[in-house]
Design a binder for this molecule. Sequence first.
Ligand SMILES: Nc1ncnc2c1ncn2[C@@H]1O[C@H](COP(=O)(O)OP(=O)(O)O)[C@@H](O)[C@H]1O
Ligand SMILES: [Mg+2]
Length: 256
Amino acid sequence: MLRVENLFKVYKNRKKNVTETVEAVKDVSFECSPGEIFGLLGPNGAGKTTTLRCISTLIKPTSGNVYIDRYNVLNDEKAIRSRIGFLTSDMKLDGFFTPDYMMDYFGALNKMSKDDIQLRKDYLFNELQMSDFIHKKIDKLSTGMKQKTAIAISLIHDPEVIIFDEPTNGLDVITSKSVTDFLKKYAQAGKTIVISTHIMHVAEKICDRFGILVEGELKEIGSLNDILENNSSDSLEDVFFGYILPGSEGEVSHAQ
Ligand SMILES: Nc1ncnc2c1ncn2[C@@H]1O[C@H](COP(=O)(O)OP(=O)(O)O)[C@@H](O)[C@H]1O
Ligand SMILES: [Mg+2]
């Protein structure tokens, strides 16, 4: 079980003697159970990546905490990391190496035995349909192949909790479908999965519950039915746009 509790993140950047503060995440709380896919939805700048980075121990919360079972990100960084597979779009893969080599490398970093690495490679390469390109250099691969490689690497240590930031962003429809099919199957195997996305139909297809994040605040949380009932709406997309374009009924306001 993953539990995010009253998470706040304030960035402070000094620019030419002026300190600029950005309240990126404000009092965000949600839970995700094993077998469940939770979708964090929000426009650009909403605080999705910041929230997922706090969960993954890449940055420290300003206040609040994140728990996985009896561990938390403030006190048990190592235990949390070993339980999490984190995927983010700014992960750079070294183009000189092959997917197969990268899996060996990250498996060894995770102190896995050669046999265990081989078992994980067999499983992930098969599930993600990667067999055709595991011995090709990464800089020769398509965007979709690179993304599958990044996903496989993030899951080498068989983590219980999967945190994927915009996992289908920029992918063609076929690769996107194979990634979402894989995530659904992986959740059914009892994994706890949190993804962020700004693509509503991806979210609707695979997520069991959603949080709508706007300017750092969770405006809605619940199943599709909960959210639609709360808003007397029949479309998640309408609810979403109702928050990010208030009063405009679908039209972007350029006034300011
Ligand atoms: N390292 C940082 N320093 C200062 N501000 C940041 C930093 N990272 C993100 N932000 C700001 O925090 C807010 C949330 O960003 P982010 O979490 O990346 O949103 P999202 O992933 O939903 O697009 C934005 O206003 C962004 O400009
Ligand atoms: Mg982001």
